[in-house]
Design a protein around this ligand. Structure first.
Ligand code: TYD
Ligand code: MG
Length: 453
């Protein structure tokens, strides 16, 4: 018998190496290389490889059909927006998320609510009975939904040939098993080869495919990271399991804006879309408390008002603690240093805790000003007025910098009934018009203190 060809694959980033090494040459992680058997026989493969014909395949730009015509509207505004206005025919989307976050729920829901579309939902994780239970919980019904509990890709393709679905959902890529690769399901070469078979199928038949993949805690698509560049769209489903909010974020989209996101709430009967997130993310309070400030951020193309909470206390141990949830730790340290140096606040001897309400993770630098306000408010134990709202990035020399899409942010704050919004003085004033909200422009961090209290 001929010797089987094997190779070593990094389980983190998928890099292939002919021999074992302790550290991956690409992602620099240790002990991630695993020996896997490489594809043995590709000849009889039951996938969609187009046969060559004599037609020319190149087209003039003007001859190409408008992509929008080929989009399938999805049930739910949020998903449609994240995908870039509907699902493109023949596209392959990877949905990545931690186990238990709600990926299966979301896509079973999509399958159930897509009326008049023949959907095949393939699960390698749950039995048909389990899926039925879940479907009953969600409560919608689609007579055109076919369920299949199978993980062997060739059997799946045979079934697809019989059912001829208009949309395929694969849950999850880690359970898929192609007979042309010998390593175990979930290993890099299995995941890559199985996904590649579905991609060939999608492109050849113009059937859109959703592939669900589990990721690990760090947010890396471990194993499936290798899929990111193969698929057309990568959607990340994230959220804190202790909260009910879930965010569906496009991190790559060949057919739309890659910074779009949709917000959902996990409830008794599945996921509910949230169309006006600002109203929910700002906690309703009767009392005015110190240490909170509202930031007008942008998530994708949508303005979003969120609450920043800070707690500044006397450090009890030698080294003061800094703890953040939903915000970048290094950014907090930088902002504290700016307050210390430019504002003269003694934060070096204080513990600082920072929290973004609702379990959201925010990367928009425009939140800086609200973070500073929350910290100052807790430091002085003086509340910020509840009808104040903040937007501005803070620079190292204490200057408050202009941010993008300022008009949209102001409009959102105005819509939600805020009376005063603090922004950078460097945001061009010509565009700033508002009837029901007062705009206060600040140049430096020290002006913030006087404006607040
Ligand atoms: P699931 O979709 O199985 O997660 P994933 O596929 O990403 O691993 O979701 C699991 C969680 O969702 C589980 O803890 C139960 C919860 N859930 C609800 O709260 N309400 C519901 O209606 C459903 C179907 C699930
Ligand atoms: Mg699942």
């Amino acid at each position: 018998m001929a010797k089987q060809k094997t190779s070593f694959f990094c389980q983190e980033c998928g890099v292939e190496s002919p021999k074992w090494v302790g550290q991956c040459s690409s992602c620099k992680k240790w002990n991630t290389l695993v020996e896997e058997i490489v594809v043995k026989d590709k000849k009889n493969q039951n996938t969609w490889v187009e046969s060559g014909d004599n037609r020319s395949n190149s087209k003039k730009l003007s001859e190409i059909q408008d992509e929008n015509l080929a989009r399938i509207p999805m049930p739910g505004k949020e998903l449609n927006r994240v995908l870039g206005n509907g699902l493109v025919r023949g596209s392959v989307s990877l949905i990545a998320g931690e186990p238990g976050i709600g990926k299966s729920t979301l896509f079973l829901q999509v399958a159930l609510r897509l009326q008049n579309t023949k959907v095949l939902y393939i699960s390698g994780e749950e039995s048909l009975e389990q899926i039925k239970l879940r479907a009953e919980r969600i409560g919608s019904r689609n007579e055109n939904l076919y369920l299949l509990a199978e993980s062997d890709t060739q059997k799946i393709f045979n079934e697809i040939k019989k059912v001829k679905p208009e949309l395929v959902i694969v849950d999850s890529v880690q359970t898929l098993n192609t007979p042309f690769v010998e390593s175990a399901p979930g290993s890099v070469s299995q995941v890559r080869e199985s996904a590649a078979e579905f991609i060939r199928f999608a492109k050849a038949t113009q059937t859109p495919v959703f592939i669900i993949g589990h990721i690990n805690k760090d947010g890396n698509i471990a194993g499936p990271k290798v899929l990111e560049h193969m698929v057309d769209t990568v959607l990340q489903f994230e959220g804190d399991r202790h909260y009910t909010y879930r965010i569906l974020r496009a991190i790559k989209n060949r057919f739309g804006n890659a910074s779009e996101l949709g917000i959902y709430e996990m409830g008794e009967t599945g996921l509910r879309e949230i169309h006006n997130p600002s109203e929910i993310l700002i906690s309703q309070r009767d009392e005015v408390l110190s240490g909170t400030a509202i930031a007008a951020t942008m998530e994708g193309a949508r303005p979003l008002l969120i609450e920043v909470q800070a707690l500044v206390t006397q450090a009890v141990y030698g080294t003061p603690q800094r703890t953040v949830t939903g915000f970048d730790m290094r950014r907090l340290q930088l902002l504290l240093a700016v307050l210390e140096k430019r504002g003269g606040f003694q934060l070096g001897v204080k513990d600082v805790f920072l929290n973004i309400a609702g379990g959201l993770k925010v990367e928009d630098p425009a939140i800086d000003l609200a973070v500073l306000s929350a910290i100052l408010s807790s430091y002085e134990d003086m509340p910020v007025k509840t009808d104040y709202c903040f937007v501005g990035e803070v620079g190292l020399s204490g200057e408050i910098r202009a941010v993008n899409r300022i008009e949209q942010r102001i409009k959102e704050a105005e819509k939600l009934g805020f009376e005063r919004i603090f922004i950078s003085k460097y945001n061009k004033s010509a565009y700033l018009k508002a009837d029901h909200i007062e705009i206060v422009q600040l140049g430096k961090v020290d002006e913030l203190y006087n404006a607040l209290f």
